[in-house]
Design a protein around this ligand. Sequence first.
Ligand SMILES: [Fe+2]
Length: 127
Amino acid sequence: MTELNQIYKCEVCGNIVEVVHTGGGTLVCCNQPMKLVEEHKEDEGFEKHLPALSFEGDKLIVTIGETEHPMTEEHYIEWIEYIVDDEVQRVYLTPQEKPIASFVLKEDRKYTVRAYCNIHGLWELKM
Ligand SMILES: [Fe+2]
């Protein structure tokens, strides 16, 4: 059973999918079940991955992380997401960009910010 917005990865080919509608089955790729990517919720180690937030008017600016995460071909933040209950905004990044994205903030709503590092996985901050 999947849950909305869960991320699954194929450990064979590297496909990554996000659930946009839940169903009862098991997600399969390359003839094996895809692995649920669990969110990290606390920074650990030298590199920082948790989203750092700042605000400009109705914009939410997200930087990964407290000290900027590396952005090289081998190791970078692939995307940053802003999730409120009825909306997902996602910005894809390249190694040539900074690990920063801005989103239109929904007033007075709880939200989640997530970031995906190609090496260290998924990171989440709930507000
Ligand atoms: Fe990383």
